[in-house]
Design a protein around this ligand. Structure first.
Ligand code: PXP
Length: 249
């Protein structure tokens, strides 16, 4: 089976810093620790309202990291200019509403096709790997492909929030979307809301190549430290992948 990468989102280290307007804790230090703990990449969301990650954080992350940076960004001219200047390895296009607490749904690649097309084109021309953060839905996958994005990230938030049979149904939707997206030639990522308790069924989906995980890892770090929290997540992902390998024989 194809390897599964872990992208660690360090936004909420900056959330703690911004709660006091202090200089600490430093999300770049967290990113370097994550790198040492086995993260394959770092994800950071520069929000329009700068509620956690700042422009200076993005500049430092682009300069100081040895692993790929995935910049989560809204589809705005301001963010496009920042991305073209910072030149991260990847840019994940997310919807953004000021009043939301977190990214509440996927971007509408169908309805906003004409607005998104030039943005995706310009990022691609700058050799930034574009990923569309979408709901696990065929139409969204088709539209992302027709936009020319090489990658999609499937929103796992609804699956993570659900329980019982509903969670199983939503997992099946993720499986179907991953298989369909892969058949279109898209690279499949997933993320949002993943924890030690719910990560394994998603990590076992063979077409998924990367998971982006943040809030839970930073919360768990309070109790066990960031490196331990990341190492445990990595181990659960690897276990899910290897069980699937044995089952597939
Ligand atoms: N992927 C995307 C596109 C996101 O917007 C977020 C949240 O910023 C994540 C992954 C990580 O979600 P969480 O912090 O819930 O692990």
């Amino acid at each position: 089976m194809k390897p599964l990468r872990l992208g660690v989102n360090i936004d909420h280290v900056a959330t703690v810093r911004e709660a006091r307007g202090s200089a600490y804790p430093d999300p770049v230090r967290a990113a370097k620790l994550a790198e040492a703990a086995g993260a394959d990449g770092i994800t950071a969301h520069l929000r329009e309202d700068r509620r956690h990650i700042s422009d200076a954080d993005i500049e430092r992350l682009s300069r100081e990291l040895h692993i790929p940076l995935n910049l989560e960004m809204a589809a705005t001219d301001e963010m496009l200019a920042i991305a073209l200047n910072a030149k991260p390895h990847a840019a994940c296009i997310v919807p953004e509403k000021r009043e939301e607490r977190t990214t509440e749904g996927g971007i509408d690649s169908v309805g906003q096709h004409n607005r998104l097309a030039p943005l995706v084109r310009q990022l691609g021309a700058a050799r930034i790997r574009v990923s569309m953060f979408i709901e696990p839905d065929k139409q969204q996958l088709d539209a992302s492909r027709s936009l020319g994005a090489p990658v999609v990230e499937l929103h796992t938030g609804a699956y993570c929030d659900a329980t019982g049979a509903e969670q199983e149904r939503l997992l099946e939707k993720l499986r179907e979307a991953a298989a369909y997206g892969d058949s279109l030639g898209l690279e499949i990522h997933a993320g949002h809301g993943l924890t030690f308790a719910n990560v394994k069924p998603v990590a076992a989906i063979p077409e998924i190549r990367e998971l982006n995980i943040g809030h839970f890892l930073v919360g768990e770090a309070i109790f066990v430290g960031l490196e331990n929290s990341i190492r445990r997540m990595r181990a659960l992902m690897d276990e899910a992948r290897s069980v699937h390998r044995v089952a597939a024989k």
